[in-house]
Design a protein around this ligand. Structure first.
Ligand code: GLY
Length: 364
């Protein structure tokens, strides 16, 4: 994959810098990235791509383009906004990685402010991080598994274990309430917010309550591997492996999942390349936690997914397309953002390729 990195990805991201400019890209419309509001959960992914490219190449142009993003996102804390459980997706690829790479004190302050905000969403009775800002105070979602790294990082940074305690409690709730015996996970777990009692699984962005939304599987797989990396707790690695086994067993022949593994007639349903890219990066994270030969099971599976994405789903030759990966699916049940490029799919594709090419830092 080194040839892809040098000859295809670097020129492509350089062109994206010109095409995207100051926009906050979320999804493409006719191949062109939109400009989403800054409090939207996806606003960290484009700067995250730029910080990875900077870290991998040392090219100052990436650093310059990435530099101002955490300052812009911080404004969402002091104006009316819809920030929620996904602040990790926004501040890990901006403030936190900027601090790690440059030591910038403002970036450190912003990353810790985001961690405080996320910690404040913890429901002690149910031991979960509350999802969204609507009236559903008892809802927790699998996406939050990926945001736990913000809390783990904050404890490492401050020496205060409270953030880690919350992250571990939420990760244990994922194991107990989201995970099923076959290794799949649901999207939403509903609780009684007062007593903390578990109520039911809900379908959310998946096909049905008992289905297997493919991006949700990827969030859980990658997020629990990260939780193991931060804590050394074997139960999180084993859970990530079980989800990986379900994911790999359910993949179709081209190694790129449909948007939900349990939707009827999957061959006729849209793919989700963002789920494939995030799962590939998570599989590489699992591989990094293991010794050979076991590690190779996961590294080889990640490679098969990335080879397929690269050969079948990329836009290398399309000058007029701004995304990297085609055929992402945002929210199929709502009919939103189906068969488009998604900036988070692009981000996890770059993250996974960077890991294959020796990237040692981590954002999540
Ligand atoms: N975090 C929202 C999604 O995965 O679509």
């Amino acid at each position: 994959m080194a040839a892809i990195w040098d000859s295809l990805l670097i020129p492509r991201v350089e062109r994206m810098m010109e095409q995207i400019g100051d926009k906050s890209p979320h999804k493409t419309i006719d191949g062109v990235y939109d400009h989403m509001r800054l409090d939207w959960w996806t606003s960290g992914f484009w700067p995250g791509i730029l910080w990875i490219m900077y870290d991998m190449t040392g090219d100052e142009r990436y650093r310059e383009h990435a530099w101002g993003w955490d300052g812009k996102l911080e404004q969402c804390f002091v104006t009316e906004s819809n920030l929620h459980h996904d602040v990790g997706f926004q501040f890990l690829p901006t403030a936190v990685i900027k601090y790690k790479l440059t030591g910038d004190a403002d970036a450190l302050r912003r990353g810790l402010a985001a961690a405080n905000f996320l910690a404040g969403r913890f429901n002690l009775a149910g031991r979960y991080l509350k999802a969204w800002n609507q009236e559903f105070t008892g809802w927790a979602i699998i996406d939050s598994t990926m945001n736990l790294s913000l809390l783990f990082w904050a404890s490492e940074q401050t020496g205060d274990p409270r953030y880690r305690h919350i992250a571990v409690a939420h990760a244990d709730t994922v194991l107990e309430k989201f995970m099923r015996a076959d290794g799949s996970v649901c999207h939403i777990a509903s609780f009684d917010a007062e007593s903390g009692a578990f109520v039911e699984e809900l379908g959310g962005q998946g096909y049905a309550p008992q289905s297997a939304w493919s991006r949700g599987q990827a969030w859980a797989l990658h997020g629990l591997a990260n939780s193991y990396r931060y804590t050394g707790e074997q139960r999180f690695l084993h859970a990530a492996q079980r989800i990986a086994h379900y994911f790999l067993a359910a993949l179709p022949g081209d190694h790129v999942p449909p948007w939900d593994f349990r939707v009827p007639d999957t061959d006729r349903e849209p793919k989700d390349t963002s789920a494939a890219a995030c799962a590939a990066s998570g599989l590489l994270e699992i591989a990094a936690c293991l010794q050979e030969p076991e590690a190779l099971l996961y590294a080889d599976a990640a490679d098969r997914i990335l080879q397929s994405l690269t050969s079948r789903y990329t836009t290398w030759t399309q000058e007029d397309e701004q995304g990297l990966l085609r055929q992402g699916t945002g929210h199929r049940p709502a009919g939103q953002n189906v068969n488009v490029s998604l900036i988070y799919g692009d981000y996890f594709y770059v993250e996974a390729l960077a890991k294959q090419n020796g990237w040692r830092n981590r954002i999540f």
